[in-house]
Design a protein around this ligand. Structure first.
Ligand code: HEC
Ligand code: HEC
Length: 428
């Protein structure tokens, strides 16, 4: 009797000691270090390089209004929010975006974009504001010009007041040699205000972050709240899946470019050159960080732009995307060719090595996971966050010196078309 009771007591003790840990896999020290390397989250606020008003609340507020301003497009048909819909994690849910025609690529989410070194699937921009300039001038997107935007601002007291709010009355910050009244300057200021707003968009913490912090702090009870399937998937992600070699760090991207065998034909006979074309566009742009419009905090901010050079291997390479809130941003890949996360996992599971160019990735091998392992990897990817609540819409009653100035002058602002966008899901 006595030994039996003792045995029960020992069993109870053992299970009590195990209870919190029972819900946590036996991650090795090396695995724990890799897991910790995916945080902490959130990161410190992002900085839009070369942007003199980055981080300034007045510019962010103005940039937010401009983000929804359709009149920035030549025919008034679209704003940034047409393809970066707040309720869709600032993506658009389409395979490839629709501007004045169907574009070649899928619209990335803008959440956390400010933490990226290169913008666009091909990295053709080195700042958020120069990416915005590309959109304004691209004939398939806003199809506008510096002259057209300058005329718009000159003819609209509210917009002109907005820019004065963001930049002050003088040429504050912009070290441009050009005339303060130049159209180019208006173009850059509009883009820099928008860049300040986009840099402020960060995704919230996720179940993965809670797990990562709990594991780091040795809090087994808190760590055990993270489902075992996600833990097993995480182990694949940092282990035999080799995902972590490219999708590293708090953003789940190394910020570089790779060829993972996604076909790069835009249509029969037309190839998307990916990173190769992106470097050429970056180098050729007068709005890059080496150009006259960039206000650098430190000359080193432009080092990457100065040294990047196109090499043959860059053909068909695309940016390694971050994976936060990835469950909310289907379809996937630069061309939106994979509809679901299941499809993505299947892509890596059976990857076609013939498709990778000769000196391509030696990291990738067909994983040949079991169905249970594929489900675990999916559970992990989903734990990186799903749909993200759209930020509060523009408030009608905001304190706005421009509005008061306009009311006094008898000018009324056009209403902003934000709320219909928030509730509308575009057709796939
Ligand atoms: C017609 C659809 C469309 C419109 C309008 C649009 N975008 Fe985009 N956006 C895209 C697509 C597609 C990409 C990917 C571009 C590429 O890889 O070349 C993109 C990429 C970006 C990126 C890079 C994100 C990353 O992770 O690399 C940023 C930043 C961005 N857009 C901001 C804006 C801003 C700001 C505006 C308004 C001035 C805007 N976009 C308007 C479709 C659009
Ligand atoms: C060699 C680097 C590399 C490795 C290893 C790698 N990826 Fe990727 N991943 C990429 C690149 C590059 C893209 C975009 C490719 C494109 O669009 O053509 C991508 C795209 C994705 C996407 C789509 C994201 C989106 O927003 O469209 C997901 C999800 C993803 N990878 C998950 C994984 C998982 C899971 C693994 C491990 C099984 C993995 N990756 C391994 C480089 C890599």
């Amino acid at each position: 009797m006595i030994w039996r009771r003792a045995l029960v007591a020992v069993a109870l003790l053992a299970s009590a000691a195990l209870a919190p840990a029972a819900g946590v896999l036996d991650f090795s020290a090396a695995e724990r270090a890799l897991i910790a390397s995916h945080g902490p989250w959130p990161l410190p606020p992002a900085h839009d390089a070369g942007n003199p008003v980055a981080g300034q609340p007045a510019a962010i507020a103005v940039g937010k209004r401009l983000f929804f301003e359709r009149r920035l497009s030549a025919d008034g048909s679209m704003s940034c929010a047409s393809c970066h819909v707040p309720a869709l994690a600032f993506a658009d849910g389409r395979k490839r975006s629709k501007g004045r025609e169907i574009l070649d690529r899928n619209a990335p989410s803008l959440l956390n974009a400010g933490h990226q070194r290169w913008l666009g699937w091909d990295g053709a921009a080195d700042s958020l504001w120069s990416q915005a300039i590309r959109v304004m001038l691209d004939r398939r997107e806003f199809a506008n010009s510096a002259g057209g935007l300058h005329a718009l601002v000159q003819g609209d007291a509210a917009l002109a007041c907005d820019l004065r709010q963001a930049f002050g009355d003088t040429s504050q910050g912009t070290k441009s040699p050009e005339d303060p009244e130049s159209p180019d300057r208006t173009l850059v200021q509009l883009a820099q205000a928008i860049g300040a707003y986009v840099a402020s968009l960060q995704s919230p913490r996720t179940p993965f972050d809670a797990f990562r912090d709990a594991l780091d702090a040795g809090d087994a009870a808190a760590a055990a709240r993270y489902p075992l399937a996600a833990q097993r998937g995480l182990r694949i992600f940092i282990g035999k899946g080799r995902c972590q070699l490219c999708h590293s760090g708090a953003m789940f991207t190394n910020g570089e470019f790779a060829d993972i065998g996604v076909p790069f034909f835009v249509r029969p006979g037309v190839v998307d050159p990916g990173r190769h074309g992106g470097i050429a566009a970056l180098k050729g742009s007068r709005y890059n960080l080496l150009g006259p419009w960039a206000t650098l905090l430190d000359p080193a901010e432009a080092t990457k732009t100065r040294h990047v050079a196109a090499e043959p291997r860059h053909f068909g390479e695309f940016k390694v995307p971050g994976l936060r809130h990835v469950a909310a941003t289907a379809p996937y890949m630069h061309d939106g060719s994979l509809a679901t996360l299941e499809d993505v996992v299947r892509h890596y599971d059976r990857i076609d090595l013939e498709r990778l160019h000769a000196d391509g990735e030696r990291i990738l091998v067909p994983l040949q996971l079991t169905p249970a392992e594929r489900a675990d990897l999916l559970a992990f990817l989903r734990s990186l966050g799903g749909p993200v609540a759209a930020p509060p819409p523009l408030s009608a009653g905001r304190p706005d010196p421009c509005r008061r100035a306009n009311a006094a002058a008898g000018i009324s602002r056009p209403s902003r078309p934000e709320s219909p966008l928030l509730s509308r899901r575009p057709a796939p």
